[in-house]
Design a protein around this ligand. Sequence first.
Ligand code: SAM
Length: 220
Amino acid sequence: MGKNKLTKFAETYTFPNFVQPTREEVISQGFSLKGNWHTFFKNDHPIVLELGCGRGEYTTGMAKMFPNKNFIGIDRKGARMWKGGKAAIEENMNNVAFLRAQIDMLNYYFDTDEIAEIWITFPDPQPKKVNKRMTCRKYLNLYSSFLKAEGTVNLKTDSQMLYDFTMETLQSLQYNIRQNVTDIYALPSVPEILNIQTYYEKMWLEQGYRIQYIQFMLHG
Ligand SMILES: C[S@@+](CC[C@H](N)C(=O)[O-])C[C@H]1O[C@@H](n2cnc3c(N)ncnc32)[C@H](O)[C@@H]1O
């Protein structure tokens, strides 16, 4: 980790909107906000997650659009989330939190029906490790342990391989695919929520990649 990253990482421990218990604490003592995230936000508004949020552009972007929802950006890299955390503090956004955690441990952090919606933005396609793809069956199963029945999962990706894999997985599970857009920027009018661009999205767009979007439910 470079010096700048180390400085940022250290600074995240002073951010009131950062939550980062150690893995060991969570496993041995449990996690006090599990089932109690409303106490963190001090309201009962719906909670939306961004998985693998990086710098947190979707987390902060959606939080501005929907002040009556709460947003939690999740990533294993604290120095990356620093940018979103800092922006949310500077703009007094009380409906934003960042959680440093591994996606495969999310059932330790969220309780049944605690989450209203999930966004997965430009995840690593993991060409060689099917079980690490954020839309593999194992992960969809994990998400269903805390996503409300009426909740949706939203995937934005530049990767044709990940898009095809996700569609095949959803079709074989007979899950409800609510939206399937194979080129967001070819739409006659791009919905505001799909127009938030992350660091990785900008990079892929510059290289000429098409951006695809799938919105689905975790049942038929
Ligand atoms: C390609 S980047 C995309 C970041 C951001 N969403 C964007 O579009 O700019 C993927 C992100 O997922 C995070 N990530 C990958 N696997 C993860 C895991 N198992 N648990 C938590 N974060 C993970 C990485 O640290 C990285 O920040």
